[in-house]
Design a protein around this ligand. Structure first.
Ligand SMILES: [Zn+2]
Length: 223
């Protein structure tokens, strides 16, 4: 947990408010920043809203559309996957979807596939981590890429089995999965046995939003 960052963000809020210690007026904001920290939303996105978004247009549209009714999305178990190159605003979009979920009184968790691999393959963390991934209302997995999956066959099997169970449980219980990959498609991000896992879940569990091939961050740098 980002304890120090959270502490500083809370100080900033109460100083801006003028109360310096927290009061009913800034209390909601203080609680919200604590929720974002608990959900592991990266600190850089705590204050970034969609009106400051400068990534790919279809990621903006899909994000704001999803955010407009998180309760309905939750009921439908609507998953979404942003697929595209770096700098198209995939994590920005994900973070804002999770913030909308928290604001709507849902629980949320942000992680990268590498965190999932580490969390599920260590016997120290496996039980707690899989419980979190199974139960959280909105789960976001960023950087979905088969490169992050360990080369060791034993670790692959262990991870594959736990991860498949989690994905299957979430799909069967209509719990939304939000994903992002630098690959052009979800099938490309998962190879080998993971391709099989994804395919076995069917194509309907996530809506894939391509960010298009253009690298928006590079394009901006040239202007
Ligand atoms: Zn205050």
């Amino acid at each position: 947990m980002l304890t120090k960052k959270l502490e500083l963000a809370k100080q900033q809020i109460s100083q801006k408010c003028g109360c310096k210690t927290g009061c009913p007026k800034c209390g909601r904001q203080l609680r919200f920043v604590a929720q974002m920290a608990e959900a592991c939303i990266p600190v850089v996105y705590w204050e970034l809203k969609m009106n400051g978004f400068s990534g790919a247009e279809n990621i903006r549209t899909a994000t704001t559309d999803y955010m407009s009714d998180v309760k309905q999305r939750y009921q439908d178990g609507a998953g979404i996957c942003f697929a595209g190159t770096l700098g198209t605003g995939k994590t920005y979009g994900i973070a804002n979807i999770l913030k909308a979920a928290l604001a709507g009184d849902f629980s949320a968790h942000y992680c990268c596939l590498a965190d999932v691999v580490a969390g599920l393959t260590s016997s120290m963390t496996r039980a707690n981590y899989s419980a979190l991934l199974l139960s959280v209302d909105f789960l976001a997995i960023d950087e979905v890429d088969s490169r992050h999956i360990s080369a060791s066959e034993q670790a692959q099997d262990l991870f594959g089995t736990s991860f498949e169970r989690i994905l299957r449980h979430r799909v069967q219980n209509k719990l939304p999965i939000i994903m992002a990959t630098n690959n052009a498609s979800i099938e490309e991000a998962f190879t080998g046995q993971f391709r099989r896992v994804i395919e076995s879940l069917g194509t309907g569990f996530v809506q894939v939003v391509p960010a298009l091939g253009k690298d928006y961050r590079l394009a901006r740098g040239k202007e």
